[in-house]
Design a protein around this ligand. Structure first.
Ligand code: SF4
Ligand code: SF4
Length: 284
């Protein structure tokens, strides 16, 4: 079962929920936890352990100026504006390139070949015998989050654990869609503020468009959740768990600990959350 943990906005406690779920479940079965928030991965902070890293690369075109006759066909073909052909040289903008390989195919002079360019890494660690952590990290300045996310998920799938928990980036952009792709269910973590509700609406819409069943976790609840509850009722979204605002919980997290580890009585709540997710996904 692939379970995503997402949120419409940052800072809602999405990673905290993913980490607590993974820790709780790993006490009874093998779990793969995948950090797909590749611009700011933070799950490793909850699970310090030695890592092995693999580079993630994408093919990019390299133009042999000595063969190129500046015909302009590559620039005309590239819909991303990554190539501009000037009378005396060809400019290539790597940050715009989507590695489609089309320019190489259309070049009549065979002046273009591809070379691999590193865009990020996927780190693997085993903080507990039944908890495998895969961390996607985008290189600074690289705009290509999607291939790093795809590779992190691929490596986790190869591990073959029965449950994969995917921590997505916040928001509703392409990297979030890539992380959600293929998931059986999705937890949307929110907080009962006007911004929280607005962004929950966007995230719920993305999950619905992808056909992924979603349920809600309200975090840092001060008990005034009426508007969020009304939205969930109106959109047939189950509020699967409510975590109260509490100084004690905040203190546990601020020292890099997990609620379910520091206060083991919370494990039954996270296990109950997982069982609701299984029901959402239609898994017995
Ligand atoms: S298509 Fe080939 S020959 Fe034409 S401008 Fe591009 S690199 Fe040069
Ligand atoms: S590989 Fe595709 S995206 Fe990149 S420069 Fe060539 S045509 Fe453009």
């Amino acid at each position: 079962m692939k379970l995503a943990v997402a949120s419409g906005k940052g800072g809602t406690g999405k990673s905290m929920v993913a980490a607590n779920l993974a820790y709780t479940l790993s006490r009874t079965e093998p779990i793969s936890l995948v950090d797909c928030d590749v611009e700011e991965p933070d799950l490793h902070l909850f699970f310090p352990a030695p890592v092995t890293k693999r580079n993630v690369t994408v093919p990019v075109p390299v133009i042999d100026e000595s063969v190129c006759d500046r015909c302009g066909k590559c620039g005309e073909f590239c819909r991303y504006g990554a190539i501009t052909v000037l009378p005396n040289r060809v400019l290539f903008f790597a940050e715009l390139c989507h590695s489609c390989g089309g320019c190489m195919l259309v070049c009549p002079k065979k002046a273009i070949h591809e070379e691999q360019k590193q865009i990020g890494t996927v780190s693997f660690s085993l903080p507990f015998p039944d908890l495998s952590l895969f961390t996607g990290t985008l290189d600074t300045g690289s705009p290509h989050a999607v291939p790093v996310i795809r590779e992190a998920k691929k490596q986790a799938a190869a591990a073959g654990d029965p449950v994969m928990i995917i921590d997505t980036a916040p928001g509703t952009s392409c990297p979030v869609v890539e992380a959600l792709e293929g998931c059986d269910a999705c937890i949307l973590v929110t907080e009962s503020t006007p911004f929280g509700l607005h962004d929950l609406q966007l995230a719920a819409d993305v999950a619905a468009r992808l056909g992924i069943p979603a349920g809600i976790v309200i975090n840092r609840s001060d008990g005034n959740d009426e508007e969020t509850l009304r939205f969930c009722t109106d959109h047939d979204l189950d509020v699967m768990m409510t975590i109260p605002f509490s100084r004690e919980i905040a203190a546990i997290q601020s020292r890099g600990d997990l609620l379910s580890r520091a206060r083991p009585e919370w494990q039954k709540d996270f296990m109950a959350l997982f069982l609701k997710c299984r029901a959402l996904a239609g898994v017995d």
